[in-house]
Design a protein around this ligand. Structure first.
Ligand code: PEP
Length: 249
């Protein structure tokens, strides 16, 4: 059975003291949940967050990594470095990385390969822009993003891939895809996977929705059959809101 996951993407927020404060609040809220719970603090706080959350049931994950193992890539972090501080899951392809840091399908394919080669799990993000949706091209755009970055993988690799559909027009805007829009796209994504890798693979890959998920809309979005959880930005910075979303399962 595929996993239900709620992951908080903290983005460029929370210094060390704020990280500790938020983790303390999160630990006070954790209950047994049907969903796996993850948080993605900024890179400088991963080691501290990993140690602070040990045994709590919250997994600490990274927001990004480079494809190279080491070398002349000033400012970058490798899969091995993440693993060395206890991190086994990484978000790749977030729309902010694509937009502000010029990440392309090609570089993302290399990053995915590098993470999987180290035995890491990848939360792979993609999604259409508003203009794509207005022109009715959302499925073509999303299909190409998935195929270009992932369809060189072997079936077995998908055991370590989680997909996160995040329409760019809904990220941090307060605007959410309707539960029906999310379900339609998730069903399309699962069919795209099934066409390439068969139903057994497609049925096992968790597909998260991201884009202004809040306590008020989480339950309806998560009730859709092909929505297996959420990637949460803004609402993950508040422990009560984040766990209200986790508990929506
Ligand atoms: C995100 O950054 O992945 C995200 C979905 O942000 P928000 O929930 O704030 O829209």
């Amino acid at each position: 059975m595929r996993k239900q996951i709620v992951a908080g993407n903290w983005k460029l927020n929370n210094d060390l003291a704020q990280t500790e404060t938020l983790i303390t609040s999160l630990k006070a809220q954790v209950k047994t949940s049907a969903a796996e719970v993850m948080i993605a603090p900024t890179a400088t706080n991963l080691w501290h967050a990993y140690n602070s959350t040990k045994g709590s049931g919250i997994e600490v994950i990274a927001q990004n990594m480079h494809f190279a193992e080491n070398g002349a890539y000033t400012g970058e972090i490798s899969a091995s470095m993440l693993k060395s501080v206890g991190i086994n899951t990484v978000i790749l392809g977030h729309s902010e990385r694509r937009e502000y840091f010029n990440e392309t399908d090609e570089t993302l394919a290399k990053k995915v390969d590098a993470a999987l080669a180290k035995g890491m799990r990848v939360i792979f993000c993609f999604g259409e822009e508003l203009a794509d949706r207005k022109s009715g091209n959302e499925e073509t755009v999303v299909g190409n993003q998935i195929k270009n970055a992932l369809f060189h993988l072997k079936s077995a690799d998908f055991q370590n891939i989680v997909l996160a559909y995040e329409p760019v027009w809904a990220i941090g805007t307060g605007e959410t895809a309707s539960p029906e829009q999310a379900q339609d796209m998730h069903a399309f994504i699962r069919k795209t996977l099934a066409d390439a890798y068969g139903n057994d693979v497609a049925d096992e890959v968790s597909i998260l929705y991201g884009g202004s998920v809040k306590p008020a809309n989480a339950e309806e979005i998560f009730s859709k059959p092909d929505v297996d959880g959420g990637l949460i930005g803004g609402a993950s910075l508040n422990a009560e809101d984040f766990f209200a979303i986790v508990n929506a399962f």
